[in-house]
Design a protein around this ligand. Structure first.
Ligand SMILES: NC(=O)c1ccc[n+]([C@@H]2O[C@H](COP(=O)([O-])OP(=O)(O)OC[C@H]3O[C@@H](n4cnc5c(N)ncnc54)[C@H](OP(=O)(O)O)[C@@H]3O)[C@@H](O)[C@H]2O)c1
Length: 240
């Protein structure tokens, strides 16, 4: 029987590429989004993948949404915590609101997405938790104290979940993209984007599909012994 995959923020950008790659691999896929109904509707029209709207920062909404997905699509075997936002500002100008919005969506959102599906995965003795972190969680980034904190947090989450889930057949891994050509990156001023590209040894932005392929591999049976790891896909941006 086909496995079911849930991709948060799966209607646009990297998440959309992940949803499509998992569908191509034979999963029943459900994708979530926050508020952009138009993008979600055209994504469903294009791909046939069902979309669900809820705020990953809200536990009750996430739990109710996941129950609906499980009733309509199937018990979730693969969960991809991809939804994320940026609210960049140098630390001396960062507001408590900017800090909190990013923590709520990017970090608490991972808890809210994985916690409701975890008991079912334990019961069925199979699960794949894949969290989309970032190179900036590995190395830090100017004006991203909030974002980098959440993305570094993702790595701690998967390393801990891996230890809790290993004997129940559940793996938990992170993918750390470098700069990928999505609306999130295309929204930064062109001058800044050019400066970013000049720092990437590959000399280009990554494509969403290049991240989706990492996720599809981690979801597969071949990746059973990969647990608590991070896969970096960043065009050779070195840090350390
Ligand atoms: N792009 C990059 O270069 C890059 C690099 C490293 C890591 N990442 C990470 O990769 C992930 C995807 O990034 P992206 O560039 O593809 O982003 P994107 O194009 O801005 O798409 C974000 C997706 O997340 C959804 N979303 C945002 N806030 C949400 C919330 N509170 N609840 C539910 N869904 C929410 C959006 O829904 P709506 O359509 O309704 O807004 C959208 O589907 C993020 O975690 C990001 O941090 C991106």
């Amino acid at each position: 029987m086909a496995r079911t995959a849930l991709v948060t923020g799966g209607s646009r950008g990297i998440g959309a590429a992940i949803s499509k790659a998992l569908k191509a691999d034979g999963y029943n896929v459900a994708a979530t989004y926050a508020g952009n109904d138009e993008a979600a509707a055209s994504f469903t029209e294009e791909t046939g993948i069902k979309t669900y709207k809820w705020n990953v920062g809200d536990y009750a909404e996430s739990k109710a949404g996941i129950e609906k997905v499980e009733a309509e699509v199937g018990p979730i075997d693969v969960v991809v915590a991809n939804a994320g936002i940026t609210r960049d500002a140098p630390f001396h100008k960062m507001t408590p609101e900017q800090w909190q919005q990013v923590i709520d969506t990017n970090l608490t959102g991972v808890f809210n997405t994985v916690h409701p599906v975890w008991p079912g995965m334990r019961e069925r003795k199979f699960g794949r938790v894949i969290v989309i972190s970032s190179v900036n969680g590995q190395k830090g980034q100017f004006a991203q104290v909030n974002y980098a904190a959440t993305k570094a947090g993702d790595i701690g989450i998967v390393r801990s979940l891996a230890q809790e889930g290993a004997r129940a057949g559940i793996t938990a891994n992170a993918v750390c993209p470098g700069y990928i050509a999505t609306e999130m990156v295309m929204a930064v001023p062109e001058k800044v984007r050019e400066a970013i590209i000049s720092q990437i040894p590959a000399g280009r932005l990554g494509e969403p599909e290049e991240i989706a392929r990492c996720v599809a591999f981690l979801a597969s049976d071949d990746a059973q012994f990969i647990n608590g790891s991070t896969i970096s896909a960043n065009g050779a941006q070195f840090f350390g």
